[in-house]
Design a protein around this ligand. Structure first.
Ligand code: TLP
Length: 345
């Protein structure tokens, strides 16, 4: 697939030669015994960077989120979440399956739960109601086009959650994209949260791996659930070594954001309804008059891979393996397909 322009996701990056070397040379031990020095180092570094006591290395962002739901709740507890959030929309009903959670789906601009809607949704203690327990936020917000949500926007909804004694989990799969776009330290975006999920295998370029960060007590509970789910990995230092190098890729996320900006501007100039949210990151959404799946199939015929985010919406994601060249090729293919559609019309 090396000649393709793959804009489907930032999950498609392949490890760099330096990463492969670090993996080959990683010092390892059995992580189920807590004895893998490289995993332990990665967990300590990420906990410190995100401002938490502890962190746990897990295979995927989905597992990090699901462990958070399991560790914060008991069966039946109510979890408040935006209807476009990954934990609800893209995790296959896992929160109901594993944690037995009651999901309360809320709305709000750019993927952020509206504080008034949250206030209205939280019901008083009563035998008829599930126990209100957890608020989940997502930053940057995937289905909102990669929207980075600033601290000032988070504050009101965090205050409502706190006032009602809810725990707060942030799905920060792309938290560093948000921090870079907003020009803030990542800790500004984790302040006030009880746990954060961070992915190393998206824009940061590791082949595998995510972390859940939180208090030591929460992470101890999450470790037990990880074991129950079969997520205890043995010589996982081979993966953690790549993860440690991935943390060096934070500053260059700005390049991905700039390329996404150029892609959006060029597509818009060619008549596409291409948009990015108010504080954009590494995504461009394109709303089409016709089928997104059909357009994606045609683009594939010309070597450009894009994802369908809805019946008429495409998502284009920039990442480590997308350089200016690839951006130009993608624009040329969109141009050509637009021309063909005009012809057909
Ligand atoms: N998202 C994937 C797809 O599942 C949609 C993608 O290509 O964007 N939180 C957020 C906000 C995510 O976008 C993703 C992955 C995850 C969690 C889950 O991470 P993984 O794929 O590692 O389980």
């Amino acid at each position: 697939m090396s000649d393709w322009v793959d804009l489907r996701s930032d999950t498609v990056t392949r490890p760099s030669p330096a990463m492969r070397d670090a993996m080959a040379g990683a010092e390892v031990g059995d992580d189920v015994y807590g004895e893998d020095p490289t995993v332990n180092r990665l967990q300590a570094v990420v906990a410190e960077r995100l401002g938490f006591e502890a962190a746990l290395f897990v295979p995927s962002g989905t597992m990090a989120n699901q462990l958070a739901v399991l560790a914060h709740t008991e069966r039946g507890d109510e979890v408040f979440i935006h209807q476009d959030s990954h934990v609800y929309y893209y995790e296959g009903g896992a929160a109901a399956l594993w944690a037995g959670a009651t999901l309360s789906l809320l709305t709000g601009a750019e993927g952020l739960v509206d504080p008034e809607r949250l206030e209205q949704a939280i019901r008083p203690a009563n035998i008829h109601h599930p126990r209100p327990r957890l608020l989940i936020l997502e930053n940057s917000h995937n289905r909102a086009g990669g929207a980075a949500l600033a601290v000032e926007r988070l504050r009101p909804v965090l205050a409502v959650a706190r006032a009602h004694g809810l725990f707060i989990h942030v799905d920060g799969a792309r938290l560093y994209n948000a921090a870079v776009a907003l020009g803030v330290d990542v800790r500004a975006l984790t302040a006030g949260a009880d746990s954060v999920a961070l992915c190393l295998s998206k824009g940061l370029g590791a082949p595998v791996g995510s972390l859940l960060a939180g208090s030591r007590a929460l992470i101890d509970r999450a470790r037990t659930y990880r074991k129950w789910l079969g997520g205890g990995m043995r010589q996982a230092g081979i993966l953690a070594a790549a993860g440690l190098l991935a943390l060096d890729n934070v500053a260059r996320l700005a390049d991905d954001h700039a390329r996404a900006g150029r892609l959006q501007a060029e597509l818009a100039a060619r008549g596409f309804d291409a948009w990015r949210p108010s504080v954009p990151t590494n995504m461009v959404m394109v709303d089409l008059p016709g089928s997104a799946a059909a357009f994606a199939a045609q683009a594939r015929n010309h070597g450009v891979l894009v994802g369908a985010m809805g019946p008429r919406r495409l998502r284009l994601v920039t990442h480590l393996d997308i350089h200016d060249d690839q951006v130009h090729r993608a624009i040329a293919v969109f141009d050509r397909l637009a021309g063909e559609a005009e012809h057909a019309g």
